[in-house]
Design a protein around this ligand. Sequence first.
Ligand code: NAI
Length: 610
Amino acid sequence: GEGLPFSAGADIHEFGTPRAVAAPHLRELLLRLQQLNKPVIAALSGVALGGGLELALACGYRISEPTACFGLPEIKLGLIPGAGGTQRLPRMIGAQAALDMMISGQMINARRALELGLVDGLSNSAQSLLHEACAFAHQLLESAAPAFPDPQWGFPGRGLPDDFFSQYRLTQQARWQGQLAPQSVVTALEAACTLPLTDGLALEAELFKTLEASSQSAALRHVFFAERDVGKLPGISPDTPTRLIRKVAIIGAGTMGGGIAMCFANAGIPVALLELKPQALEHGLTQIRHLYQISVERGKLTPAQLEQRMELLHGTLDYAEIGDADLVIEAVFESLPVKQQVFRTLDEVCKPGAILASNTSTLDINAIASVTRRPRDVIGLHFFSPASVMRLLEVVRGRDTGADTLATMLAIAKRLGKVAVVSGVCFGFIGNRMLEPYSREAHRLLLEGASVAQIDRVLTDLGMAMGVLAMHDLAGIDVSYLIRESRRDLIAHDLSYCRIADVLFEQGRYGQKTARGFYLYEGRKRHEDCELISLAEGIAHELGIVRREISDEEVHDRCLFMLINEGIQLLDEGIAQRSGDIDLVWINGYGFAAWRGGPLHYAESLGLAH
Ligand code: NAI
């Protein structure tokens, strides 16, 4: 792999097909490699991942160039290493370090690999790797080194308490929510600590086979390919011209404006933040510093990095100062007239060719673009809260959005480390439009007799990061109320429509921010509120809804099938390009379990009859 990756591992297309088990199989090949009586040195450049790292592990020696990275990312595809990785890695670096690598699926760098004993040495540079590996071979020959030195960790579980694995399982169970791959990692690792290598390898092979055939791995592989396809769009090709983005301006330094500014500062791009009033600006900038400070306290950022990022941020009250921005993102209140006024001003002050984006979560991008003389340059960039953390970016392509505008934003999303999913224009785009019927059904179920805790439990049991009602408490009951206000004419005929959330709003129960919403809060801990049941009973009585016992199955079907049907509707309308795009939105923006593959992959797994 001179000048290239050593190996990025298996071809993921082969998993789940006969090719994955066809001879020669890597597992057997590596066993033959281990029967050689000559020392074999893996000279590692670029990356050695998955099967690539397993190949290196089956060699007697490893030498790496200083910028190489190593990892066993199989868990991200719902698998475990299947060619000896779970048995050879712990013998080389110890069970604890091997567990960390296999459970996280994250890469480690060459320096860390040297510390752990995963590699025997580092070359001075990538260029000198082969030369130094050859010199190392001479050294081994001169010292009559064995083909395989004794492993550093003859007993991989050395130093671990006797109940280490059972305790680990106990503490992680809730987080795993029935996911098979992490459980199998632990089982395989336990085998590495207790069984001879051949028995451990046999067990690993069995576990791998089961996982490869599992619906969880199929779902995660679907997500992997969905991420590869997401950038494929009609009218956009690698040759589509893009514009240079050197300077960004953000209008509104509230929750979203501040978070979006951090995304750009994190990527090293200077940002001007514009507010109406000095207090709001001051508050916004202080909030950003506060959030960075938390990262410093958690050891994720150095104090120097904090200052570097703050230096990239510049506050202003004057539109004249943002005239030279290449990209302007508006994040003011969710109101069409307010946003249109901002865009009129931007049209006046921004240089020709600047891209004008709105972070609206529901409003019509075409109606926003129409107040400017440059609708080609207008686009929706819907970030999710907290913007500097959430991976999803919905990019809303307006009727007149130029191909170069869109291509530029897709490139920017990549620089920010976001998964960009393109949506057409409609109420709520992909994510929030689907959230609407999903939430509506949950609200109705409350009136009909389900409890808040029951509804959320059914959804979290399915693997959602959060139940829909807890999510509304987090996002703010006031926020969803204002969205309903903007479309009362469309929903007024249905008296039961989110009635319970409207009453909560009237009572000032906005959710976590007021410590009361669907739940009661003490700090971040939530409790059920018996008052909510009497509230639901009262409204049900008023509306003539007969309350009854509701089964978990009914909660599941009504919430999930509404979500799924709306997704299919979005495909029919051409708002979403592919079902995989919809799955990515729900996995990365709304906490749908990746190992279920997202709502539409999940629908496939249930079958059309459902
Ligand atoms: P926010 O209320 O925290 O911030 C809005 C900020 O805009 C305030 O600081 C306000 O002073 C400023 N502002 C208002 N009018 C302005 C004007 N004409 N010129 C300059 N600044 C102005 O609101 P938030 O939550 O940040 O939302 C902003 C936008 O982001 C909305 O369109 C919202 O729908 C959207 N959004 C919100 C999400 C959320 O979870 N909060 C998620 C995704 C999008």
